[in-house]
Structure formats: C-alpha cells, structure tokens
Design a protein around this ligand. Structure first.
Ligand SMILES: N[C@@H](CCC(=O)N[C@@H](CS)C(=O)NCC(=O)O)C(=O)O
Length: 219
C-alpha cells in the first residue's frame, strides 16, 4: 500500500507524478493549506514540520519531496530515472534536486505575500519585489543550464525534471515565461508526458491562485 499525503498543486505533485512515471498506484489523502489540517497532531506525527508531501510506503513514512524522489528512484532503479553513484550526470542530478528547492522556496515566499497572509494589506512590496527578482534569477540560471537540451540531464528525462518541472507550473503566476524560451518549450515538453497528465488528473483542485498573474505592487 502506498499513501500520499497531498495538497493539490503543491510540492506533493512531484511525488504523484513520479509514482505515475514508475507505474505505482497510490491512495491520495488530500489536505488544504488553509484549514489547519496540516498542523493536526495526527499529521504532525507523520510529517514533523506539518508539510506535504509525506508518503507512507512499505511500512515507512517518508517526508521531504527531494528525499522521497531520490529514495523511490534508487529503489526502482530499473526505471532509469536517476543516475546511480559513479554514473555520468549524478552530481548534476543532485544539484538540480536542491536547485528545485531554492526555486520552490522563493515561490513559497511569494505565495505567503500574495495569497496566505491573514491580512494581505500587511504584505511588503519591497519583499515581493526582491523575492520576485530572486525567483527570476533562478529561472534565468535554469534557462542557461538547459542550453538547448530537452531535459536537465543530457541523457534524457529524469526525476530532476520532475523536481524542477513542478516549479515551472507555479512560477508563471509571478514571473512571465516570455523571457525564457528554453523554459517555455521545456514546460510544454513535460506537460505532454502521459504520466504528467495522469498525475494532473489525480491532483485535485488547487484553492490558492485566483488570478493568472500576480504583479509586483507599484508602491
Ligand atoms: N522542502 C519541503 C517543503 C515542503 C513544503 O513546504 N510543502 C508545502 C506545500 S508546497 C506545505 O506543505 N506547506 C504547508 C505550510 O506551509 O503550512 C519538500 O520539498 O517537501
């Protein structure tokens, strides 16, 4: 039995997508970020910081999307979604698992400022401006790294694309993709994958973005 603790359109989508790529069935337990359920004692017992994803699998509970992705890839190495220790691309694969969190944490800070503050008039235009610029810098860096490649690794699709790809469906709420032709084509390539689409079908409805784009406030 595999059970994924999940918030629609959140980092737990990475695990949902990877499970589809691996052909593994899972039960999805859905939460909302807004209703306090992630801070219940029951949930904190399986995810110490009260965050998703958490994955119950083979009698264990795993948390942290990067660690879950790496563990599943290693335990299902025949799928070839991660270079093994000593293989070409291993260091870059690990770099990009962490880069994905550098980027995601900036998106998370913008989500806080634009969407989740109890009193949105307390949002800081300066923090939003700086954080948006920092997110754009991570996107520009990723654009340069791709440099004409279809995927993060020159050898083809890997779980690093799942970690990074998730970000590229959230970042455009804050940074327009127009200036990033490599990233735009890459995101389309990822969205065309049958496993991505199957995961989206299971994802559920997100309840935080209510407009297509959130600009930096002028004042
Ligand atoms: N580094 C963690 C971050 C997990 C995380 O912050 N998840 C968000 C959703 S994207 C969450 O659960 N937020 C709930 C909260 O902040 O209360 C990971 O990659 O799993």
């Amino acid at each position: 039995m595999i059970r994924l603790h999940h918030v629609p359109f959140s980092r737990s989508f990475r695990v949902l997508w990877l499970l589809e790529e691996l052909g593994l069935e899972c039960e999805v337990v859905e939460y909302s970020i807004r209703d306090g359920s992630l801070r219940s004692p029951e949930f904190l017992a399986i995810s110490p910081a009260g965050r998703v994803p958490a994955l119950e699998i083979d009698g264990r509970v795993l948390f942290e999307s990067g660690a879950i992705v790496q563990t599943l890839c290693e335990e299902h190495d025949a799928a070839g979604l991660a270079p093994a220790v000593g293989e070409k691309g291993r260091a870059h694969f690990l770099e990009m698992l962490s880069y994905a969190e550098t980027m995601a944490s900036l998106i998370e800070q913008l989500n806080m400022q634009h969407l989740f503050l109890r009193d949105l008039t307390q949002a800081s235009p300066v923090v939003i401006k700086l954080t948006t610029a920092r997110l754009a810098a991570t996107m520009a860096g990723f654009e340069r790294l791709l440099d004409g490649q279809d995927y993060v690794l020159s050898g083809g699709f890997s779980a690093a694309d799942i970690m990074m790809g998730f970000n590229l469906f959230s970042a455009p709420y804050y940074v327009k993709m127009d200036g990033y032709p490599e990233l735009s084509a890459y995101a389309e390539r990822l969205a065309a994958r049958p496993a991505y689409q199957a995961a989206r079908d299971k994802d559920g409805e997100q309840d935080f973005y209510t407009q297509d784009f959130y600009p930096v406030p002028e004042k």
